[in-house]
Write a protein that binds this ligand. Structure first.
Ligand code: GRF
Length: 185
C-alpha cells in the first residue's frame, strides 16, 4: 500500500495526534505522519512528536510569513493530506484553496450544531439529548466544510463539562482514523 504523506496541525496536548500516529504504524492504515506543525511552542503534542521522532515545526506569532513557510515545508516533504487536530489558528482562504479537498478537521460537536469555541459548555447548557464529534473537510468558513462522519452519545443528568469532554474525545480518537480511511479508500 502506498501511504499518503500527512501533516498534523496541533495547538494542545495532542491526544488525537497520538492516536493517529499509533494507528499509522499499522501497515494497512493509509497514511504516514511526516510532519507536525504547532502554533504553540509549549504544546504537549510536541513531546509526542519528539517521542516518535517525527519532524515538527513551530509557527507562532513571531514567525514571518508562516503560511509560506508551511507550504514550502509541505512541498518539500511531498505531503498530500493535512489533519487539523485541535489547531486553534485559522488558515487563510488562499492556503485552504491551494490544498483543495485535502484538509480534515475534527470538531467536538455534532456539526452544524455548536460551531466555534467553548463547545462543551454550550452543549451542556443546551437542551440537546445527544452530542459527539464531527470530522469534516475544511473550507473557508469556520467548521462548515463537507462532513465525512459523526459519532454521538446520549447526554445524561449526571454529565458535566468534564464528563462530556472525556466522552467526546474518546469518540474522536476512533472518528478521526475512520474518517481518514473513509476518504482515502
Ligand atoms: C479536540 O477535542 C478537538 O475536537 C478540538 O481540540 C481538541 C484537541 O485535543 N478541536 P488534543 O490536542 O488532540 O488532545
Amino acid at each position: 500500500m502506498v501511504k499518503k504523506n500527512t501533516c498534523v496541525f496541533i495547538s494542545g496536548k495532542g491526544s488525537n495526534l497520538n492516536k493517529i500516529i499509533l494507528n499509522s504504524r499499522s501497515y494497512v492504515f493509509p497514511i504516514n505522519i511526516k510532519l507536525i506543525i504547532s502554533n504553540k511552542k509549549d504544546a504537549g503534542g510536541l513531546k509526542i512528536a519528539k517521542k516518535f521522532s517525527i519532524p515538527y515545526m513551530v509557527v507562532n506569532k513571531k514567525t514571518r510569513y508562516p503560511e509560506k513557510k508551511i507550504l514550502n515545508e509541505l512541498k518539500k516533504r511531498k505531503i498530500s493530506l493535512l489533519l487539523l487536530a485541535g489547531y486553534m489558528r485559522i488558515l487563510s482562504k488562499r492556503f485552504i484553496k491551494s490544498f483543495g479537498n485535502t484538509i480534515l478537521n475534527i470538531h467536538p460537536s455534532l456539526l452544524p450544531k455548536f460551531k466555534g469555541l467553548d463547545t462543551f459548555k454550550r452543549v451542556l447548557n443546551s437542551k440537546e439529548k445527544k452530542t459527539g464529534c464531527t470530522v469534516h473537510f475544511v473550507n473557508e468558513k469556520l467548521d462548515n466544510g463537507k462532513i465525512v462522519l459523526k459519532k454521538s452519545f446520549y447526554i445524561n443528568d449526571k454529565d458535566n463539562i468534564d464528563s462530556i469532554k472525556k466522552k467526546t474525545q474518546t469518540l474522536e480518537y476512533r472518528a478521526f482514523s475512520e474518517a481518514i480511511i473513509k476518504i482515502i479508500k
